[in-house]
Design a protein around this ligand. Structure first.
Ligand code: GLU
Length: 486
């Protein structure tokens, strides 16, 4: 058995937000590490200075933390293989690029942008499958190279890819993969600005950080031959690779911003629970081999395996996310829901109002089966937070009759005789009033609901009255009688 400790990493390039695809990559790495007693590392790949976005790293870390994907090593947390921001490791990459040059595995290229452009145009005319550098600078004499270096001509460092052989590797998800070296470009390793490209920095860091498994999106599969050649050129052991399937829109096009939300932050703002989002992304390309769909994090850790990740693209089905949200919401304890509701109230127009925990807990109990989002504990029953100012027109037309005010008055007078009416008392008062008026209970209940909530549907009538309480019910009946004109 291999006793090597499993070490995996999530290595995002900070773009300003965490893409849901990135969340899935991070999650699979996290689950794999937790399941195998391994280490989960966050490494920030920020060597593309053109794409630098202020505050992006902080946002990313915040999103990961919100989702519950706490890393064992990385920025803010530290670890013995740091720094974990590539922009702080430039000397390291330079040293390794020099090593490759000394070994003849990489070379300086001084070609001007104009020459590269002409080369590309010529290759396009010849209809070559893809533009490739022609290794011109590989053949410069030592003297020419030294002269160019000392006269500070702009330069890059390129990987020297040997022609006419197959580059082979095994992928834990895709199986055996082969690329023809003739189709792989002499990749730039160090750019004109002295920064490494993703390829060099990624391989050097994965080696130095002792990464055992590289788990990442399928879009990086075509870069893997270059990485494999780099490991071989350095004489390093290759990690295992696992390329995760693409995320697709329901029409099977690649998931893109144009078709909807892709940032974790967007889902969070829309009120999705982290438990639901994690459960949802876990199922994008993985299942445990049965039709179970509802998981919490512990369940995912227990059941996850790379062997059960699919090759084919995973369709992003928002309806399922909505369903999962409702399911996870119902699984929460009333105490947890109370905290979430309080947070939501702080963001709402009711933030300066006081509602006791007991009051909010009663709302939660009565509405729990009727909501899919925490904010619906407010939006779907605003009558618990403020008296109605409007009354559902259709219900008024249907249920508010000329005799209604008098009937509600009678109910109100009955209610006034109770000090602290219980749910049963409310039920009794309704029954008694209806009997005395010689009308069916429904004739009383419908207008009563309308008067106290402004709406025709909602939680059980007796619950509703009890939660609002005697004084509020009386006030609202009075005001409805005044406001509703037939
Ligand atoms: N920096 C790459 C990204 O943004 C990482 C790819 C990899 O995991 O190797 O996704």
């Amino acid at each position: 058995m291999n006793s090597e400790k499993i070490r995996v990493r999530f290595a995002p390039s900070p773009t300003g937000y965490l893409h849901v695809g990135g969340l899935r990559t991070a999650l699979y790495n996290y689950l794999f590490a937790k399941k195998n007693n391994g280490t989960f590392i966050l490494r920030i790949e920020d060597t593309d200075r053109n794409r630098y976005v202020e505050g992006a790293v902080e946002k990313l870390i915040k999103a990961l933390k919100w989702a519950g994907l706490q890393y064992d090593e990385g920025p803010e947390v530290g670890g013995e293989f740091g720094p974990y921001l590539q922009s702080q490791r430039l000397d390291i990459y330079k040293k390794y690029a020099d090593e490759l040059i000394a070994k003849g595995k990489a070379y300086y290229c001084f070609c001007s942008p104009e020459r590269l452009k002409t080369l590309r145009e010529e290759q396009e005319k010849q209809k070559l499958p893809q533009a490739k550098y022609d290794k011109h600078c590989l053949h410069l004499s030592k003297k020419e190279i030294e002269k160019n270096l000392s006269s500070a001509i702009p330069k890059v460092v390129r990987l020297n890819i040997e022609q006419n052989h197959s580059i082979k590797f095994d992928d834990l998800i895709r199986g055996h993969v082969e690329f023809e070296s003739n189709n792989v470009d002499d990749q730039i390793l160090i750019k004109g600005d002295g920064y490494p490209t993703y390829h060099l920095a990624n391989v050097v860091d994965d080696h130095l950080m002792k990464i055992t498994h590289v788990i990442r999106g399928e879009e990086w599969l075509s870069s893997t031959p270059k990485h494999v050649l780099l490991y071989d050129a350095f004489g390093w052991k290759r990690p295992m690779f696992a390329h995760l399937p693409l995320l697709l829109n329901p029409d099977r096009s690649k998931l893109s911003k144009r078709q909807g939300d892709v940032a974790v932050e967007d889902y969070r703002e829309k009120g999705f629970l982290k438990e639901a989002l994690i459960n949802f992304v876990a199922l994008l390309g993985w299942n445990a081999g049965d039709d179970r769909e509802l998981y919490n994090m512990d369940g995912l850790i227990k059941n996850f395996s790379l062997e059960r990740v699919n090759k084919s693209g995973a369709v992003f089905d928002l309806q399922k996310l909505h369903w999962l949200n409702a399911e996870h919401l119902r699984k929460k304890s009333e105490g947890e829901l109370l905290n979430l509701l309080n947070e939501e109230l702080q963001k709402s127009k009711y933030k300066d109002q006081f509602y006791s925990d007991i009051y909010l807990l009663m709302i939660i109990k009565s509405m729990k089966e009727r909501v899919s989002f925490v904010k619906e504990f407010i939006d779907n029953c605003i009558y618990f937070y403020e008296a109605p100012t409007q009354y559902e027109q259709k219900a008024v037309e249907k249920n508010w009759k000329p005799e209604t005010p008098e009937q509600l008055q009678k109910f109100k007078n009955e209610l006034a005789q109770y000090d602290n009416p219980t749910i049963e008392d409310f039920e009794h008062i309704i029954t008694k009033t209806a009997e005395e008026l010689k009308i069916g209970k429904a004739k009383l209940i419908h207008p009563l609901r309308l008067a106290v909530s402004g709406q025709s549907t909602g939680p059980g009538m007796f619950d509703l009255l009890f939660i609002l309480g005697k004084d509020e019910v009386i006030k609202r009946i009075d005001s409805a009688i005044q406001k509703i004109s037939v």
